[in-house]
Write a protein that binds this ligand. Structure first.
Ligand code: ATP
Ligand code: MG
Length: 459
């Protein structure tokens, strides 16, 4: 023990060595141990190295370990081609067409392995008229692979067998200084791929590290380049932000950089309404908290929250013009979704859940007769109720309503019966005309839901 201690105190200061253009940082300096790497990632690097290839843990995982955070996943970079990787691991498959990757399976864990690739030289590169790279799928070597990555902190290679980190761009020092710095000339790199501006915001907010001044500077004047990014990619990145566990910081950062315009096009409008802002911030805080407790979060719930005050506004307008509440709600939902869809491609499959959550909000008001019991049976009652609580917390509806539902859902039969409110005069039988039986296949999506909701409120 004492010997070990003395050895530690008096040992020679650890040094980095160079290998080609890389600084090689020993374990004694960085302290990231082989045991911190996942089972599957170790199997992959060991297996590839035993077969004579280079293999490193790379990207976000190395960065997160240096910052003493738990990595989301462990990606591997290698000089073996996808076919060669495939031959080393029986349980693996090649994915992707544009740039092939290999997924290696170890029970639940899937390890993504990519072959070193290089940025295509300017004269060969295919870019759009704004300089955005349209093709980046050439194999390369380790150094080239480092150079094509975005931030210095994301371009570190960890070799689990020697426990050394290979650093071509000063990422080790930057990470230690809690600095996120773009590799190369930031303007050029944003032009190649404008999504890097959003990644800069997300990673610095999520990791609590500062964006280097030169990296941050061009963003203000270059943000319009985001307009040329395919919708699906934008949505992907926005979702990563909202589900990063640090969505509040991300949004605050986006606003500071004025980047939220055109991104979630309605976000700026919504954030300018005092009620809307409070509600959205609560929803985001709630999401961050759930994620920190390892609970699931549904993107549909989040989108429903982001757009709620738009829906509410459109609904109010229609009701003021004499529309019936449920019908007006359907029109309002469709209008808001259509507007949003034109600018940010929220997938269709989220629509149904968002609408269910929104529609339930009207039904929470109805606390007489059989209606509350019916609502409890809704498969998405929980999401609807969580949504209601957010509305209460933001001051949109009276807290009493949330408390009532909180008690009602867990109460016994007797208590539930006591809690029910008396039917209001005229509530019953308002629209009870004897109906002809509907055709078996019914109407199209939206209209059927109106029918259901109307039935619910008229019994
Ligand atoms: P996260 O913790 O959110 O997964 P990450 O840095 O691992 O963060 P990924 O999207 O998983 O992000 O990307 C893996 C790696 O690929 C990054 O660390 C980076 O080296 C590289 N990379 C990803 N997106 C880009 C990009 N747009 N431009 C250049 N390199 C990128
Ligand atoms: Mg990652």
């Amino acid at each position: 023990m004492i010997k070990k201690f003395l050895k530690r105190v008096f040992r020679k200061p650890a040094r980095t060595r160079t290998a080609g253009n890389a600084q090689v940082i020993p374990f004694s300096l960085h302290g990231v141990a082989r045991e911190q790497i996942s089972y599957g990632a170790l199997k992959v690097t060991d297996g590839l190295q035993a077969a004579g290839y280079q293999a490193f843990v790379v990207g976000g995982a190395v960065r997160d370990l240096l910052l003493e955070r738990t990595p989301k996943d462990f990606d591997i970079a290698t000089d073996a081609t996808p076919e060669e990787v495939r031959r080393v691991f029986r349980r693996s498959r090649i994915i992707g067409r544009r740039f092939q990757l290999v997924h290696v399976m170890f029970g639940e864990e899937v390890v993504e392995v990519s072959t070193f690739r290089r940025m295509i030289e300017a004269e060969d590169a295919q870019t759009d008229e704004h300089g955005r790279l349209l093709r980046d799928n050439e194999f390369g070597d380790q150094e080239q692979d480092a150079a094509r990555r975005d931030f210095t902190a994301n371009a570190l290679f960890y070799d689990p067998s020697t426990q050394e980190i290979y650093d071509f761009h000063g990422g080790y020092a930057d990470t230690r200084d809690h600095l996120l710095r773009m590799i190369g000339d930031p303007e050029t790199r944003y032009r190649e791929d404008p999504v890097r501006m959003l990644r800069a915001v997300r990673l610095s907010a999520k990791l609590g590290i500062k964006l280097d001044t030169a990296t941050a500077a061009p963003i203000a004047k270059m943000k319009s380049l985001l307009d040329n990014v395919p919708q699906a990619r934008l949505l992907d990145e926005v979702l990563k932000m909202l589900l990063s566990g640090h969505s509040v910081e991300c949004i605050q950062y986006l606003r500071k950089m004025n980047l939220h315009h055109g991104l979630l096009p309605l976000l700026d409008v919504i954030l300018e309404q005092p009620m809307g802002e409070k509600f959205i911030m609560l929803a985001l805080r709630n999401t961050d908290e759930r994620l920190s407790q390892d609970k699931t979060v549904s993107p549909a719930f989040l989108f429903a929250a982001l757009l709620w005050h738009e829906v509410l506004g459109a609904w109010n307008l229609r009701v003021q013009q004499g529309g019936r509440p449920v019908g007006a709600m359907h029109e309002a939902m469709d209008e808001v979704l259509a507007k949003q869809k034109a600018q940010l491609a929220i997938p269709h499959r989220q629509d149904a859940v968002m609408k269910e959550i929104w529609l339930m909000q009207q039904r929470f008001e109805q606390r007489a007769g059989q209606r509350p019991y019916r609502l409890l049976e809704q498969p998405r009652f929980r999401a609807g109720f969580d949504f209601l609580l957010l509305r209460c917390a933001s001051g949109e509806v009276d807290n009493e309503l949330g408390l009532w539902w909180d008690e009602f859902q867990d109460a016994g039969d007797v208590r539930r019966a006591e809690m029910l409110q008396p039917e209001k005069a005229g509530d019953k039988k308002r629209r009870r005309k004897p109906r002809k039986k509907k055709a078996a296949h019914g109407e199209e999506g939206g209209a059927t839901v109106v029918g259901t909701a109307a039935n619910e409120s008229s019994d």
